[in-house]
Design a binder for this molecule. Structure first.
Ligand SMILES: Cc1cc2nc3c(=O)[nH]c(=O)nc-3n(C[C@H](O)[C@H](O)[C@H](O)COP(=O)(O)O)c2cc1C
Length: 254
């Protein structure tokens, strides 16, 4: 994949730098660690200046250095996560699937309603029926495991977003486990509704539970290795606004 068409719009010139919020630290305030990328970089700089000794520890005694490493690993996993649609025949163990599901259930969700249900599908017949309906996606049949990320709309108006947050966690956990995964979702499509109805019947989901399955995640050991994401392909600064909207040339595709 070549560079993002808008990557050239990335601002590099002096005086046009990224404005970052200043870290609030000192005056008796205890520094709390935030795992987000910008925050992590910020803390790394601040802490290296403030406490260059080996006494950097949080309340639980974890060394800051160790926490920073963890943060780097998370960022690296995010960068390495790519859609993988080809899998080897190697089996994906139950414990591994469980770790993916554990990660999924840690996801943010509105009002902590956790409206999700997860369906682990290994049955070849069900996978083939799925691929037979969603014909553009043969990897639904070839993946060792399909995880249906379902949700109950009656529990939360944001059920689709909650399901998506869970699915993203699941994808990251799969990357971290050395697995390849592909998310599929087109829940308003006619064929998708047919696939959902088929799954509802095949998986014995009681109709009165009103479970929807807006997302499917195919999982297996990767038989292809897409390159990790590169900043120049993705980090398009014309789409980032510090404070108010900053008008820019957004390119032909907006
Ligand atoms: C909401 C959503 C729906 C998607 N649906 C499909 C799909 O139906 N089939 C498919 O092969 N990939 C699907 N994808 C995966 C995207 O094609 C993929 O994320 C995109 O091309 C970027 O590649 P990357 O995941 O490697 O970064 C979907 C992704 C999202 C977020």
């Amino acid at each position: 994949m070549g560079p993002h068409p808008r990557a050239a719009g990335c601002r590099k010139a002096r005086g046009d730098e990224i404005r970052r919020p200043r870290p609030r630290i000192g005056h008796g305030r205890r520094a709390s660690f935030d795992n987000s990328s910008r925050e992590a970089g910020m803390w790394r700089t601040v802490l290296s200046k403030l406490r260059p000794d080996s006494t950097r520890r949080d309340r639980n005694g974890t060394e800051w250095k160790e926490m920073m490493k963890m943060s780097d690993e998370v960022l690296e996993t995010i960068r390495r996560r790519r859609t993988v649609r080809e899998y080897t025949d190697q089996e994906v163990g139950e414990e591994q699937v469980e770790r993916l599901l554990e990660a999924a259930t840690m996801a943010p969700n509105r009002l902590n309603r956790q409206p999700w249900h997860f369906f682990v599908i290994r049955d070849d017949e069900v996978k083939e029926r799925l691929a037979g309906i969603l014909t553009l996606h043969p990897h639904l049949a070839s993946a060792p495991v399909i995880i249906g990320v379902g949700a109950r709309p009656e529990l939360s108006t944001t059920w689709r977003m909650d399901a998506m947050a869970a699915a993203e966690n699941l994808l990251l956990a799969a990357t971290s486990e050395g697995l390849g995964a592909a998310l599929l979702a087109n829940p308003d499509g006619t064929l998708w509704r047919t696939a959902e109805e088929m799954l509802t019947e095949a998986l014995n989901i009681p109709l009165e539970r009103g479970v929807r399955i807006p997302i499917l995640v195919a999982v297996g050991y990767p038989a292809e290795e897409p390159e990790p994401h590169r900043l120049e392909d993705r980090f398009d600064q014309t789409k980032i606004h510090y404070g108010a909207w900053e008008e820019r040339d957004l390119g032909p595709d907006g």
